[in-house]
Design a protein around this ligand. Structure first.
Ligand code: SIN
Length: 331
């Protein structure tokens, strides 16, 4: 009797030891973060910061692998891959969610935001926060906005007034709003992946493109585009996105810690974006490879007048009340 009791106790102890050992040894939750830009950009640095913070705060429980430069997926495939569980985190430009929600198209409306402070105010306000959840039913959750900055237009000939863009081919992100913006000045927009832009410009298959200073610098577009018009006509920001299934499947004690690390990494990335916009613009000037064209007030007004009719074309889809809220953020 005593023997069998001792045996039972030893068995229970052994099972407990094996169980705790296997918990201790169980593999950490893997978060693959895929993006398309270089590591020295705001998004690249934000992603690396997130990995660093997770390594410091959740070592052994969560591990992050970052894949920059479209190494794992381009933005055209990343959301499908996320739905299949092949990647857990991405931060595509807001322009690239058109297939999933019309509301985020607001960020593509030309000359909507005066500056990045207005963008930040709108994103952190009630409308911007509500939009984070606009794809929940489709299986995606927005975890936060990340800034890159205001966009400029580069070309192989000088662009001062809208007529200079007529019949020229411009690469755009996959957004009908951006297509309408170029059509409004008689240009020809082409939706192409970011990874193809340099070659398209270099081979002169296209005449120009629009992007932020950090993307124009880090991807060397300025080396193959002799003119950059400083239009500040639109914003290029990102939605840090995950799949609802992955996010809700995280253990309750882990999810808030991952969220906090993301928030801290986004704050870091936003700081980088503000500094890089200025620094990379200067590096381009110093390179003497590309002339930066500054518009007079009258010239800029011509671009605004030509492109602003795009707003009313998309107001029904996006929602006039959202556009009004965005305009109000300029004050
Ligand atoms: C990005 O900044 O993630 C890419 C932007 C683009 O496709 O032009």
């Amino acid at each position: 009797m005593l023997k069998s009791k001792v045996f039972l106790v030893s068995l229970v102890v052994a099972v407990a030891l094996v169980a705790s050992a296997s918990i201790a040894m169980s593999a950490p939750i893997l978060i693959k973060f895929s993006h398309v830009v270089a590591e020295n950009t705001p998004k690249g640095q934000m992603a690396n910061k997130f990995k660093q913070l997770i390594d410091e705060r959740l070592a052994g429980k969560v591990a992050v692998e970052v894949f920059p430069n479209s190494q794992l997926f381009g933005d055209d495939k990343v959301l499908e891959a996320m739905a299949l569980g092949d990647v857990q985190l991405a931060a595509p430009a807001l322009s690239k969610f058109e297939k999933y929600t019309p509301s985020l198209q607001i960020f593509d409306l030309p000359f909507l935001f005066d500056d990045m402070a207005a963008v930040e105010k709108f994103q952190q306000g009630p409308v911007g926060q509500e939009m984070l959840m606009s794809m929940k039913k489709k299986g995606y959750i927005g975890l936060g906005y990340l800034h890159n900055g205001m966009k400029q237009i580069s070309a192989n000939s000088p662009l001062r007034v809208p007529a200079d863009a007529k019949n020229k081919k411009f690469r755009i992100m996959t957004s009908d709003v951006l297509a309408a913006q170029y059509e409004a000045v008689g240009a020809m927009p082409l939706k192409k992946p970011f990874s193809e832009v340099f070659t398209l410009l270099q081979t002169k298959a296209i005449d120009g493109q629009e992007n932020t200073w950090s993307n124009i610098y880090s991807k060397k577009f300025y080396e193959v585009q002799p003119y950059i018009t400083e239009t500040d006509h639109g914003v290029l920001d990102y939605l840090v996105v995950t799949s609802t299934e992955f996010w809700m499947g995280l253990p309750d004690d882990i999810r808030p810690q991952v969220k906090k690390a993301l928030e801290d990494a986004i704050a870091f990335g936003n700081d980088v974006s503000a500094k890089k916009a200025e620094a990379d613009r200067q590096k381009i000037i110093d390179s003497n490879r590309s002339e930066i064209i500054k518009l007079t007030k009258a010239e800029r007004k011509l671009w605004i007048d030509a492109m602003k009719p795009v707003w009313s074309k998309f107001a029904g889809k996006i929602g006039q009340e959202k556009i009004d809220a965005a305009v109000a953020s300029n004050n």
